[in-house]
Design a protein around this ligand. Structure first.
Ligand code: SAH
Length: 220
């Protein structure tokens, strides 16, 4: 990520407010989630060439063929996770660090894994500069992080062909996994609540498009 001046002007703040109003119109209800989006300057997470687009409700390139998720998608997944302060949360797909930072602002202890080395390194440096604390790991996240399990919540921010069994295993009882599952181009968002060691409850929401989840239980 190129060094840019981390400046949050009235113009940025105004655009962010308008984005939050749009997310509310699109059906996001959690005031805590909307407040976190209102607080976090999304333009800090953008490449300088694309910074003027930071408050559009769209996904944008962040390098290495990857994207920062659309704000609506970030809000939707975060709302499904129902983050409580102190929740131990695992994110698969650190990317720009934006989604992880939203979880951090909501009071979660964030563990996040990224498969692309360059993104991992760039985002790690960038978050340190922002002063946002989370535990970053480099590697294939489809196996989760057994050494740090169990987690209260797990969020996957890339499109999976199947639900990786190890992620369900690494949830606490009562824990929630939010994961887009489907084809390479189109996915259904699943909210999986772990009711007991053997039983899960599933809710489904149509109409999402993520970059593919790679790795052992991903697309290759
Ligand atoms: N949460 C990110 C969205 C990034 S897009 C953000 O807020 O910007 C999805 C990310 O998942 C990409 O960076 C991609 O490299 C990563 N990814 C894909 N497969 C992965 C895997 N098996 N393990 C960890 N990260 C993976």
């Amino acid at each position: 990520m190129p060094l840019l001046k981390l400046e949050d002007t009235y113009l940025h703040k105004g655009k962010r407010k308008a984005l939050v109003a749009l997310l509310r119109e699109k059906g996001i209800k959690s005031e805590r989630v909307l407040d976190a989006i209102n607080k976090l300057p999304r333009h800090f997470f953008f490449d300088s060439a694309l910074v003027s687009h930071a408050y559009e409700d769209k996904a944008f390139p962040i390098g290495e063929g990857q994207t920062i998720s659309q704000p609506y998608t970030v809000a939707f997944q975060t709302e499904l996770l129902d983050i409580k302060p102190g929740d131990k949360v695992l994110e698969i797909g650190t990317g720009s660090g934006y989604q992880g930072s939203i979880l951090h602002l909501l009071g979660a202890e964030v563990f996040t894994i990224e498969y692309q080395k360059k993104l991992y390194e760039g985002t790690k440096r960038f978050l340190a500069r922002l002063g946002i604390e989370m535990k970053l790991f480099y590697g294939d996240g489809t196996g989760g992080l057994p050494e740090n399990a169990p987690f209260d919540k797990i969020i996957v921010t890339a499109g999976a062909p199947v639900v990786p069994e190890s992620l369900v295993q690494q949830l606490k009882i009562g824990g929630i996994l939010v994961i887009p599952v489907g084809s390479r181009g189109k996915q259904t968002m699943l909210k999986i609540t772990k009711k007991s060691t053997k039983e899960v409850q599933r809710e489904e929401y149509e109409g999402f498009a993520f970059v593919p989840l790679l790795g052992k239980e991903g697309w290759n």
